[in-house]
Design a protein. Structure first.
Length: 216
């Protein structure tokens, strides 16, 4: 039961971060939402590890190490279903919580089409929730905040959510949308380059489009 209780705690915190991330991104606070998305997905993955009595302080900027622990579970193929571009963004976002010489060691960029990021975030969260079941002391599945918000049609969960609005993924991802990008450089800490709001369209081929931002 210890593993079940710990997993339940991670699941609750993960959903709160996920919902807050969606709210921030839908309201234009992109990098703040992406950082919270990184926190949410990390916690969702730790739900699975906790259910296997694996407890590690591993973040998404150490993806290969995280994958190595999943190899000890029945969920090792899960990463094959995730968009590697999305995971790369989450790993970078974890480091971008602080702009200092310990986290920004070389010039780097995060760039994407905003609604495509939301699409992959929703897909990843839905996939993990579909695969994971938390039970009570009588071994019965418990209702989660996620399932209750689907039932009540929480607007913060439904807004721009292609899954809940029953929109085909490619149709949703192919839409014209706003690009976001941020470029950081250890030589210019505190003066990062940020673009937000340029309308672009990229044909979705199974991976998010990458938006490149550089300074010269």
């Amino acid at each position: 039961m210890k593993s079940n209780q710990i997993a339940k705690g991670f699941l609750s915190l993960a959903y709160k971060d996920y919902l807050a991330s969606r709210f921030l991104i839908n309201n234009g606070f992109i990098i703040q939402g992406v950082v919270l998305a990184s926190s949410a997905i990390e916690k969702y993955l730790k739900v699975i590890l906790a259910l296997h009595d694996i407890y590690k302080k591993i973040h998404l900027d150490r993806l290969e190490e995280l994958k190595s622990w999943f190899k000890k579970t029945d969920y090792h193929v899960l990463f094959d279903k995730f968009d590697p571009v999305f995971l790369d963004i989450l790993g970078k976002a974890y480091k971008y919580r602080y702009y200092d010489e310990n986290t920004v060691k070389e010039a780097d960029t995060i760039g994407f089409i905003v609604h495509q990021f939301l699409g992959e975030l929703d897909y990843t969260v839905f996939l993990i929730n579909k695969l994971v079941t938390i039970t009570d002391k009588d071994n019965k599945p418990i209702a989660t905040s996620f399932s209750r918000d689907i039932e009540s049609q929480n607007p913060n969960l439904f807004l721009n959510n292609y899954l809940l609005n029953k929109i085909p993924k490619k149709e949703f991802m192919d839409r014209v949308g706003k690009a976001y990008g941020i470029h950081v450089n250890p030589k210019f800490l505190g003066t990062e380059i940020e673009i937000n709001g340029t309308w672009v369209q990229g044909e979705y081929d199974g991976r998010m489009w990458i938006v490149n931002v550089t300074n010269k």
